[in-house]
Design a protein around this ligand. Structure first.
Ligand code: HEM
Length: 300
């Protein structure tokens, strides 16, 4: 993006002084942006942000004026999912290289991004059933359940499931990205491998587990975290544990905000993707992210 230009707008640009004459007066600060920046077809801002593309991707399916905010909130959340997947992938890669500072920086950024993601619930948090009904039927069988980026986010947390690829079988790029994410070690797998390299007794079976399977909590991993948390509170592993606990808590908050918004908007009706709706979401929201980070606290 362009920095504020020291040069004034076209109409007030200083002209070169004629020989022998005093220099033309500089325009008084603050200078206005330079209106000459940009070509006949685009601007540097547009080249970078693609705002014209982004702001023409809203195609409501009903005549209801309230549908626009539902659609845009969903799109905004998709963008946040994309940023968070990027941060957690950066963190996982950095952990693999034992680069804790880079991992901590990415995880730290993701905390603020998760807070912004969760704040995006505001406009949808109090939909009445009648308001939601105004455009619900237009959504057909469309549901956030079919969000490929959310699925990648869950896979990075260790919530793997090959069957979650099925809805994406008709979209080659999404399917390939999900297949890759399914086979790769999750962020949690990388954390446990780092703990093992630091001399902690993470069981071989956990270290060599099939990364495409859902992570199941392990009592030995709980013991490792209890020992880490019982030690120096200044240690980098305690700081890692805490930032991961923040991640886990904020993901839990997203799931719960989604659950409550759904309960308010549609009660116990069946979901558009055919699930039991609220009852199914309740089961999903009960899942603990990074489970041993929570249970270990009982033993410190
Ligand atoms: C208040 C409006 C909303 C309602 C009533 C609602 C309802 C539901 C329901 C009932 C499900 C279960 C699957 C099914 O459709 O049968 C679901 C899943 C899901 N929804 Fe929403 N939703 C809402 C807003 C959103 C928004 C804005 C997003 C953002 C992308 C979103 C993302 C998701 C995701 C990712 C899942 C899958 C969750 C999982 O796999 O655990 N939802 N939603």
């Amino acid at each position: 993006m362009s920095q504020p230009s020291p040069v004034g707008p076209v109409e007030s640009m200083p002209t070169a002084p004629a020989p022998g004459l005093a220099p033309a007066a500089e325009p008084d600060p603050p200078f206005a942006p330079d209106l000459s920046i940009g070509s006949s077809s685009t601007t540097p801002y547009e080249d970078y942000v693609q705002a014209d593309v982004l702001t023409h991707l809203q195609h409501p399916l009903s005549d209801d004026p309230g549908e626009m905010v539902f659609l845009v909130t969903t799109q905004v959340m998709e963008l946040w999912f994309t940023v968070i997947v990027h941060e957690w992938s950066t963190a996982a890669e950095a952990l693999r290289r034992d680069d804790l500072p880079v991992a901590m920086a990415a995880l730290g950024r993701s905390i603020h991004e998760l807070e912004a993601l969760n704040a995006a619930w505001k406009p949808l948090a109090r939909l009445t059933p009648a308001q939601f009904n105004s455009y619900r039927s237009a959504l057909g069988e469309g549901s956030g359940f079919q969000s490929a980026m959310y699925r990648r986010l869950e896979f990075l947390l260790g919530e793997k499931s090959a069957s979650m690829l099925v809805p994406h079988r008709g979209a080659p790029r999404e399917h390939a990205e999900l297949e890759k994410a399914l086979q790769e070690p999750s962020l949690w797998d990388e954390v446990l491998r780092l703990l093992a390299r630091r001399g902690h007794a993470v069981p071989e079976a956990v270290l060599r587990r099939d990364p495409a399977l859902r992570y199941e909590a392990d009592p030995a991993v709980e013991e490792v975290w209890s020992a880490v948390y019982a030690g120096s509170q200044e240690s980098d592993l305690v700081r890692l544990g805490e930032v991961l606990t923040d991640v886990a808590e904020l993901v839990w908050r997203w799931r719960n905000d989604h659950l409550v918004a759904t309960r308010r908007a549609m009660g116990a009706k069946v979901g558009t993707a055919g699930s039991a709706g609220v009852a199914w979401l309740e089961k999903r929201a009960r899942k603990n992210v990074f489970p041993e980070l929570w249970t270990a606290r009982s033993h410190v």
